[in-house]
Design a protein around this ligand. Structure first.
Ligand code: PMP
Length: 442
C-alpha cells in the first residue's frame, strides 16, 4: 500500500462524522467530510488523563479509572511529578511565561530553547539542533525546507502522516519502498541513479531516504544498519524520525541508531519528539551546523509557528538530565532498563497467550491483531469493563482487515499492574476468540 495515496489518518478508531450540507438550491447535498467508521455509533467515549498511569474513562453513563496502556509515556516522565515537575517545572513558572506569543525567529527564543538545543545535540553527538513547537510540525515543515523540485524523496511505506505531509508539500518526487525492505530500497535507488529524472533524464539534485526508528502501528524498529549501508553506496541522505525510539531504545536511550550500532555521524538529519519519552511536547531536528542554521532561517516551523512553551522546555531539560545521569542519580538508567524489562515481559506473556502480536522484542509498542473491524469496539469495551484503557486502531490508520489493539508499555508500570492487566486480557482473548488456532500451525 502506498502511503502517499492513502487517506490521511485521523484519530484512529474514533468516531468520524459525515458532515453534509444542503446547497442553496435545496437539492444537492455536498459531502464535506465523508468517511467510514464508526462501527458502533453509540460507542462514544471520553478519556481524561489524570497523570498517565491511569485515565478516567467514561462510556455512556459509566465512568471509571482505568490502567493506561495506551500513552507514549515510555519512561514515565509524564507523571513523575517529584522528579521533574515539582522541582523544576513549577519553579520555572515563577519567572517564565507559558507562551512567548512569538515565533522562534521573532521573539520566541529564550535561553531555555537554546539549552534544549544544546543538550539534544550533545545527547545525539550532532553539531547543532533546532527545537520546534510540535513533532508533527517538525516533519511537515523541515522536509519541505530540505527538499524541493528536482530532488527525490524515498519513503518507507509506513512512515507517519507528518512525514507524508512534509514530503507532499516539498514538491520533490516521491518513491515508496516496502516497509523495512532494504532490498527494495536499493532497487529504487539504483534505478534512480541509472535512469535519472523522468523525461529529461537529468540526474537528481539530491536524494533523501526517510525512515522511522520505531514504526508506531507495527511496533517494529528500523533495519537502520542496512539502510545506512545502502544509502552510503548510492550517496543518498538519511532522515531518521525517532519520535518513538528516542529515550526508549538503546542502552542509554539514544534511540535506534545506538540500538542498531549505527554511528550518528552516518545519519544526516535526526528528528525526534518530546511528547513521548520526555513527558513534554515539541520536536527537534539535529544535524550539521550548516543544516541547522539553514533550517533555522528557512523552515516554516521556525519562522511562522509560535515557539515551544518555555515551561515545556524546562520539563524536557529536566528529563534529559535524568536520562543522561546529569542529575547525579541513576534514575534515568533504571528507567531505561525498566522500560525494556516491562516491554519484553508483556510481549512474551501476550505471545504465550496465543495472541498474534506484531513487532520486535525491546520495542515498547505491542499491536495485537484483531483483524476483523467489528472487534475494534468490542475489544475496547471488554477492556473498559475490566479497568483497562487501550488504543484500538482501524481504517484508515491501517488496512481495514488489519484492525488491531495497540499496547504501549511504560517504565512507570509496575509488574503487579502488568500482571493484573495480562490476566484481564487473557479473559478478553477468550470472549473475542483472538487466539491462534494451534491446530492450523501443526
Ligand atoms: N513522527 C512520528 C513517527 C509520530 O508517531 C508522531 C506522533 N505520534 C509524530 C511524528 C508527531 O509528533 P507529535 O505528536 O509530538 O507532534
Amino acid at each position: 500500500q502506498d502511503c502517499f495515496n492513502r487517506p490521511i489518518a485521523s484519530s484512529p478508531g474514533a468516531n468520524i462524522q459525515v458532515l453534509e450540507r444542503v446547497s442553496d438550491d435545496g437539492n444537492k447535498t455536498m459531502k464535506l467530510l465523508g468517511t467510514l467508521n464508526d462501527l458502533e455509533d453509540d460507542h462514544q467515549r471520553n478519556q481524561y488523563a489524570n497523570g498517565s498511569a491511569f485515565v478516567e474513562v467514561s462510556e455512556g453513563r459509566v465512568a471509571r479509572s482505568c490502567l493506561n496502556l495506551g500513552s507514549y509515556n515510555y519512561l514515565g516522565f509524564a507523571d513523575d511529578w517529584n522528579i521533574t515537575c515539582k522541582k523544576d517545572v513549577l519553579g520555572s513558572l515563577q519567572d517564565l511565561p507559558v507562551s512567548n506569543s512569538s515565533s522562534r525567529n521573532e521573539f520566541g527564543t529564550t535561553k531555555l530553547h537554546r539549552d534544549v538545543e544544546e543538550i539534544v545535540a550533545r545527547f545525539l553527538g550532532k553539531e547543532d539542533a533546532l527545537v520546534l513547537n510540535m513533532g508533527f510540525n517538525t516533519n511537515s515543515t523541515t522536509i519541505p525546507a530540505l527538499m524541493g523540485r528536482g530532488d527525490l524523496l524515498i519513503s518507507d511505506e509506513l512512515n507517519h502522516t507528518s512525514i507524508v505531509n512534509g514530503a507532499r508539500a516539498s514538491g520533490a518526487a516521491i518513491r515508496i519502498f516496502r516497509h523495512n525492505d532494504t532490498q527494495h530500497l536499493e532497487e529504487i535507488l539504483r534505478e534512480a541513479i541509472v535512469m535519472g529524472r523522468p523525461r529529461t533524464r537529468r540526474t537528481w539534485n539530491k536524494i533523501m531516504v526517510v525512515v522511522e526508528g520505531i514504526y508506531s502501528m507495527e511496533g517494529e524498529y528500523c533495519d537502520l544498519s542496512n539502510v545506512v549501508q545502502v544509502c552510503k553506496k548510492y550517496g543518498a541522505y538519511i532522515y531518521l524520525d525517532e519520535a518513538h525510539s528516542i529515550g526508549a531504545m538503546g542502552p542509554t536511550g539514544r534511540g535506534c541508531a545506538e540500538y542498531c550500532g549505527v554511528d550518528s555521524a552516518d545519519i544526516d538529519v535526526m528528528m525526534g519528539t518530546f511528547t513521548k519519552s520526555f513527558g513534554g511536547m515539541g520536536g527537534y531536528i539535529a544535524g550539521s551546523k550548516d543544516t541547522i542554521s539553514f533550517l533555522r532561517r528557512q523552515c516554516a516551523g521556525s519562522a511562522y509557528h509560535n515557539s515551544l512553551s518555555p515551561v515545556v522546555c524546562q520539563q524536557i531539560l529536566s528529563s534529559f538530565k535524568v536520562i543522561m545521569g546529569e542529575d547525579g542519580s541513576n534514575i534515568g538508567k533504571k528507567k531505561i532498563q525498566a522500560l525494556r524489562d516491562n516491554s519484553n515481559y508483556f510481549r512474551m506473556k501476550l505471545k504465550d497467550m496465543g495472541l498474534h502480536v506484531l513487532g520486535h522484542y525491546d520495542s515498547p509498542i505491542m499491536p495485537v491483531m484483531l483483524y476483523n473491524p467489528t472487534k475494534i469496539a468490542a475489544f475496547s469495551r471488554e477492556c473498559f469493563k475490566r479497568g483497562l484503557s487501550v488504543v484500538v486502531v482501524g481504517f484508515p490508520a491501517v488496512p481495514i482487515l488489519q484492525s488491531r489493539a495497540r499496547f504501549c508499555i511504560s517504565a512507570g508500570h509496575t509488574r503487579d499492574q502488568l500482571d493484573k492487566a495480562l490476566a484481564e486480557i487473557d479473559e478478553v482473548a477468550d470472549v473475542l476468540k483472538l487466539r491462534y488456532e494451534i491446530s492450523t500451525f501443526g
